[in-house]
Design a protein. Structure first.
Length: 159
């Protein structure tokens, strides 16, 4: 299987770097039915952690952030690549961007243990539109669209 590449939005926020902060944030997302495509956390400085959120539905994340008074930075754009896990499976993707002199500024991937992989890739915002074209990303497709979650968003007023 060739690589499938999707454009995704992501947002970030920073929290105190202390036990339980990430857990509280993930519980809040789950309680508000914000489904994630990916999530990443890493330290930024001595006492802060950056939480990076790749929501399946950016509007739901934005609603939750407004209700909770949470400051999110974004949306920013990234790519999710997935395909069959085989030796060199990401070489072509990297080579296409390399040939166009587009730098991949950060990336993270994982094998699913069943013969597939998922890979999140960031390019500089100035290179994003060109990367979309070079990678032939169909913006109408949504990441992992073959998966369906039977979630129904609650629209009840709080407080």
């Amino acid at each position: 299987m060739e690589a499938h590449i999707y454009s995704v939005d992501y947002f970030y926020t920073t929290v105190e770097d202390k036990p339980g902060q990430g857990c509280r944030f993930l519980k809040l997302l789950a309680a508000e039915e914000v489904n994630l495509l990916a999530f990443n956390a890493f330290p930024v400085g001595r006492d802060r952690t950056q939480l990076v959120i790749y929501p399946r539905n950016s509007l739901w994340l934005g609603d939750m952030a407004r209700q909770e008074g949470l400051r999110l930075v974004g949306p920013h754009h990234a790519f999710i690549v997935h395909g069959d896990d085989q030796l060199g499976s990401l070489v072509n993707v990297h080579q296409e961007l390399c040939d166009a002199e587009i730098n991949i500024t950060s990336a993270n991937g994982v094998s699913d243990g069943r013969g597939g992989y998922r890979y999140i890739m960031h390019v500089h915002p100035d290179d994003y539109e060109q990367a979309l074209e070079i990678l032939d990303v169909d913006q109408r497709l949504k990441p992992m669209a073959e998966y369906h979650l039977d979630l129904h968003r609650r629209f009840e007023a709080k407080g």
